[in-house]
Design a protein around this ligand. Structure first.
Ligand code: BMA
Length: 325
């Protein structure tokens, strides 16, 4: 398989080689957690966050639960994707239509470049969790669009280009609590404001993904299909365990699954993944990709407390998926 990735080169992607002797498909950054829980003066925790290439370095939108335990989104900037400076004040969104979408609390952001600006998509808490959408041109001023759905929905993830002439989104209908079910759906929109044509993509299955699943980072376009990392949840006698795997979706009809992880790629194993405000959680929200080499840097929340970084290679992941990993 000679894989082509149509995205941009990212020669400054944060990167470490797979450790000697390891055969893991995804390996952790040796300096994890890459962002600690005290990254701002009032943060309780920094996790489930999104980063993108920006100017000469990187920018991001970070989930910060503050010391009131209110869930806020903050910007952050980094020269290298490793050393981050997070803005102490939360993002203040200017809503296009306040009665159809405003911000009080929100979490689990994803960020992407789409056409002419950066979009942010997150779980917006207003009358229950649903999908919030906003955009920025500079990571300073943020605008909010109407929420995509009525509650309850989580894990909204936009595709980085139109598909079949429409904007496209993965999402996960849910409930108002800790949702003991959940499949990934696909929908489309002519204008990022009206969403429909809902299609089922894939469901919870067994093992590490038996209870529910949800899309993770923005899908990566490749010649073999869209590479999607997604989280899966198992219910143990001690509660939920969040791991993650990957799937390959059809390029033109992404609701068709070409291949999907039977085994997880990362599951809670390190202390910072197993111990924290919510133990046993690894939750990916961002993937940087260097198109010519296929190198991928994944940012994932750890135990709802800190942020981890891990590495992999697109052709190895896709090769493994196609061989039934
Ligand atoms: C999900 C989301 C995530 C969180 C996970 C584990 O429902 O709220 O933000 O990481 O639960 O608590």
């Amino acid at each position: 398989m000679s894989l082509m990735i149509p995205g941009a080169a990212l020669p400054n992607i944060p990167w470490q080689k797979r450790p000697a002797g390891s055969s893991e498909l995804v390996w952790r950054y040796s300096g994890n957690p890459v962002i600690g829980r005290d990254a701002t003066p009032t943060s309780n925790s920094v996790f489930n966050s999104a980063v993108v290439p920006f100017r000469d370095g990187f920018a991001g939108v970070f989930r910060i639960d503050d010391r009131r335990r209110f869930m806020q989104l903050h910007t952050g900037f980094s020269p290298d994707g490793i050393r981050w400076e997070l803005t102490p004040e939360p993002i203040s969104f200017t809503p296009e239509c306040p009665s159809a979408g405003s911000f009080t609390q929100g979490y689990d952001p994803r960020v992407l470049w789409l056409e002419d600006r950066w979009y942010v998509i997150w779980c917006n808490c207003v009358n229950g969790p649903t999908i919030g959408l906003g955009y920025t041109f500079d990571f300073r001023e943020f605008h909010q669009l109407p929420c995509a759905f009525p509650p309850f929905n989580r894990n909204g993830v936009l595709f980085p280009r139109k598909i079949g002439g429409k904007y496209a989104m993965l999402n996960r209908p849910s409930d108002n609590g800790h949702t003991p079910f959940g499949d990934i759906f696909y929908c489309e929109s002519p204008d990022l404001r009206h969403w429909g044509y809902h299609r089922h993509v894939m469901g919870a299955s067994n093992g590490w993904q038996a209870t529910k699943i949800g899309a993770g980072p923005i899908p990566i376009e490749t010649s073999e299909g869209w590479l999607l990392f997604y989280h899966g949840v198992l219910t143990s006698c001690n509660g939920f365990v969040y791991s993650f795997g990957a799937a390959l979706l059809d390029l033109d009809e992404p609701w068709k699954v070409i291949a999907r992880s039977g085994s997880y790629l990362i599951a809670p194993r390190e202390l910072y993944e197993c111990v924290g405000d919510v133990p046993n959680v690894t939750f990916p929200c961002a993937a940087l990709c260097d198109a010519p080499t296929g190198r991928i840097a994944l940012y994932y929340g750890c135990a709802d407390s800190v942020t981890g970084l891990a590495f992999c290679n697109a052709s190895e992941i896709i090769g493994a998926l196609k061989q039934g990993y």
